[in-house]
Write a protein that binds this ligand. Sequence first.
Ligand SMILES: Cc1cc2nc3c(=O)[nH]c(=O)nc-3n(C[C@H](O)[C@H](O)[C@H](O)COP(=O)(O)OP(=O)(O)OC[C@H]3O[C@@H](n4cnc5c(N)ncnc54)[C@H](O)[C@@H]3O)c2cc1C
Length: 302
Amino acid sequence: MKLTIDNLKRNVPLKNLVTFKLGGPAEYFYEAGSTDGLTAAIEFARQAGMPWFLLGGGSNLVIADEGLDGLVVHNKASDLKHVDHESRQVCLSSGLELEFLVELAHQLGMSGVESFAGIPGSIGGAIYGNAGAYGRSMADVLVDAQLLFPDGSIQTVPNAFFQFDYRSSRLKKEPYVILSAKFQLEPGNRDEIKAKMEDIIEQRHSKHPSYEIGCAGSFFRNLPPLPGEERRRAAGGVLEQAGAKSMSFGGAKVFANHANFIINEGSATASDVKHLADMLKQKVLKDFGIELCEEVLYVGKV
Ligand SMILES: Cc1cc2nc3c(=O)[nH]c(=O)nc-3n(C[C@H](O)[C@H](O)[C@H](O)COP(=O)(O)OP(=O)(O)OC[C@H]3O[C@@H](n4cnc5c(N)ncnc54)[C@H](O)[C@@H]3O)c2cc1C
């Protein structure tokens, strides 16, 4: 498959494609419905010397108000859905939602990914940021993945290639594109899996803003564990002690039920969100000497 500039849309608004519901348009835009289309779009941009950005589910992003130069490729590749019942491994296109993997495993009565119930976004985005919850992350279940390398070659790389860490992978520094991924599941009981998923979804509903409210999940990374402790310290707790819950700027506001969520009250711009985030960082630094670090990604000139 080969793309030309005529296959691309121009000046496409991105705010409806990101969960924060803000940000400007893409100069050029292509929606890739297959792995071949995804590869062709990235290769087109590379060969044309055009800047490009790969958009998954848009659930971890603050897109600049002035939009993005070059090509935005929206990854909706969903052509690969393979289950190997014997090895309990499933291989999926990177543009499928993480929720697809969770529901598929439930339907198959296979365990291992139910902790991810309710995490929005695509499989590619989840691997990029080693998404996870309730003590498990992508690093625990990924066997290998097919990547498009910067030189245009396509290679299958093992889990270790990604150098997974807390909400991080090597892909945050190097521009590999995940085309598909293979996951290892375990024997499980369908009813128990369902019960766990429902429990997790209920906990999420009680803590998180509803999906209609613009946000990008936890805004800041949790902090390293205190000496002698194993679990990371919740950034939300520190923010709450710093008085974050009463803070807002423009249309951006700290969520009343969880101080590590910045929400879009409807009219927020990316620069409102950035301004509020900077206010929160300064307050926590002043009060506790702690430097918070964003988990969400700013894209473009925010
Ligand atoms: C309400 C809410 C709750 C959330 N809860 C959680 C949670 O519990 N745990 C958690 O970890 N996160 C959580 N998040 C954050 C978010 O869902 C995850 O970070 C998610 O995995 C992002 O995936 P995405 O497809 O939306 O990526 P995007 O936001 O579209 O992109 C994120 C980055 O990944 C890159 N990327 C996307 N696809 C690919 C690919 N195929 N190859 C290479 N790079 C790629 C993008 O270029 C970008 O740099 C939450 C978000 C919201 C809105």
